[in-house]
Design a protein around this ligand. Structure first.
Ligand SMILES: [Zn+2]
Length: 110
């Protein structure tokens, strides 16, 4: 995947995440645009929205970091071991910062 394709995909992801985050935070304009959004006020919906907001915010940070790596020319390089992140992994997750091995280590540390 070349840099231009990666940037395009990351920018699409960023726009979608911004919209989702707006909806989840209860931005009235975004909610109105999001016709399927159910303004449920029970705790379960609020909890689910909070969990989704956490995931979306985390992913947004990862997408922004990936765009920064594109600018710096280190995109596609593992942030931990500086090895190449496999092409197939970037296809599936353009925001991936680590190779499969380092990602595994990071997740086991949590
Ligand atoms: Zn690595």
């Amino acid at each position: 995947m070349n840099g231009a394709t990666a940037r395009e995909r990351l920018q699409v992801m960023l726009a979608e995440l911004d919209r989702s985050i707006g909806v989840l935070r209860g931005d009235p304009v975004a909610v109105r645009e999001h016709s399927a959004a159910d303004a449920g006020s029970d705790l379960t919906d609020a909890d689910r929205a909070q969990a989704m907001l956490t995931v979306a915010t985390t992913q947004r940070t990862a997408v922004l970091a990936a765009l920064k790596r594109l600018d710096e020319g280190s995109y596609g390089q593992c942030v931990d071991c500086a090895g190449a992140v496999p092409e197939g992994r970037l296809e599936a997750r353009p925001e991936a910062a680590r190779c499969v091995q380092c990602q595994g280590k990071t997740e086991r540390r949590r």
